[in-house]
Design a protein around this ligand. Structure first.
Ligand SMILES: C[S@@+](CC[C@H](N)C(=O)[O-])C[C@H]1O[C@@H](n2cnc3c(N)ncnc32)[C@H](O)[C@@H]1O
Length: 328
């Protein structure tokens, strides 16, 4: 378990004297031992803040990898975790890699992403958070400034990560997709070249298991408005970035009350228009203590993001993409 020493206990994330997990992923502070999914070329640590939930996630995904057809049952399951794991995998396996499927499936355009990465970065790892099956890492695989850096693909959905790992390990995989509102089919996705080397990590973005100041780049696409506390995410990213490190973030600001309580929907704290207002909020000019260390370097207010749910239903989002640099 060569990289365990750079990961931290998500349960003790706020403890001042926390130390890295040991080689068996045990926390020297609280003694909790974290589970792993061990199906691919490397294990996937599962560092969700609740160790029992982490164990349950491993058991579920272990079963899914042995019986991929279970996905069809999970998509219709009344059990929320099974449904969420299946839903995320179905949407993002196609969105990220559908173009390599036989026959090809509709995918959004990832080309804008490389333009958001700067020429200069400090030393440090890269974390793509809310990465699903790994499409951002694939889209950025030829960006020189990222070459040779340890790249963490982080998501709370272990099924999506495990599927991405199968594809990156083998260069091909059975790709599940919705062929209609009620039907799920499998095609074969084959990558045209070897996948980049990455580390897969199941963790909660609000309890990130990294050392403060250790990351040169954090990338979050579609995450800010997909979690319970976007303000906490902003604070976590600020804390994780090294000085001069960069946060590339994009979001359609599609706030949903069932995910983000209304008072935490950032947009409700803005004075003026949405795009300028979010740029101001994320650079410390709206809410005290939020984004104060971040400076805006680049923005594109109109990034089109089309997600095909099934061939007769495509959701079209317009994201705002911002590159923010940590200046203090
Ligand atoms: C809207 S999807 C975006 C996926 C991908 N970045 C993209 O843009 O295609 C949001 C992703 O964030 C993950 N996610 C949501 N809340 C999370 C959290 N608290 N911690 C880690 N991942 C989370 C979901 O599982 C999902 O894969």
């Amino acid at each position: 378990m060569a990289h365990a020493s750079s990961l931290y206990c998500p349960h003790c994330v706020t403890e001042r004297q926390r130390r890295p997990l040991d080689l068996s992923l045990t926390c020297p502070h609280c003694q909790r031992q974290w589970p792993v999914l061990a199906h691919g070329s490397d294990f996937i640590p599962v560092l969700l803040p609740d160790v029992a939930a982490a164990g349950r996630m491993v058991a579920l995904c272990d079963t899914l990898l042995r019986q991929p057809d279970l996905l069809i049952r999970w998509a219709d399951s009344e059990e929320p975790l099974e449904q969420a794991l299946a839903g995320g995998l179905l949407t993002y396996a196609q969105a990220h890699f559908g173009q390599y499927c036989d026959p090809p499936l509709a995918t959004p355009d990832f080309a804008w992403m490389a333009a958001g990465i700067p020429q200069a970065l400090p030393d440090g790892d890269v974390a793509i958070v809310g990465a699903g099956p790994g499409g951002e890492a694939w889209a950025l695989r030829h960006v020189p400034v990222l070459a040779g850096r340890r790249t963490w693909l982080v998501d709370a959905n272990l099924a999506a990560l495990a599927w991405g790992q199968l594809l990156f390990d083998n260069g091909l995989v059975a790709l599940p997709y919705r062929s209609s509102a009620t039907r799920i089919d499998f095609g074969t996705a084959t990558l045209p070249e070897p996948a980049p080397e990455v580390r897969w990590l199941c963790a909660d973005a609000l309890f990130p298991p990294f050392e403060a100041g250790s990351l040169a780049v954090v990338i979050t696409v579609g995450l800010l408005d997909s979690l319970a506390d976007p303000f906490a995410l902003i604070q976590q990213v600020e804390a994780l970035l090294a000085r001069d490190g960069v946060w590339l973030m994009a979001a359609p600001y599609n706030w949903q009350n069932r995910i983000t309580p209304t008072k935490l929907q950032c947009e409700r704290h803005l004075g003026g228009g949405l795009a300028d207002g979010m740029a101001e909020l994320l650079t410390g000019r709206t809410v005290p203590g939020i984004g104060t260390d971040l400076q805006l370097e680049w923005r594109d207010d109109d990034v089109l993001w089309r997600l095909q749910v099934h061939p007769r239903y495509t959701a079209e989002y317009r994201m705002q993409a911002l590159r923010l640099r940590k200046v203090a």
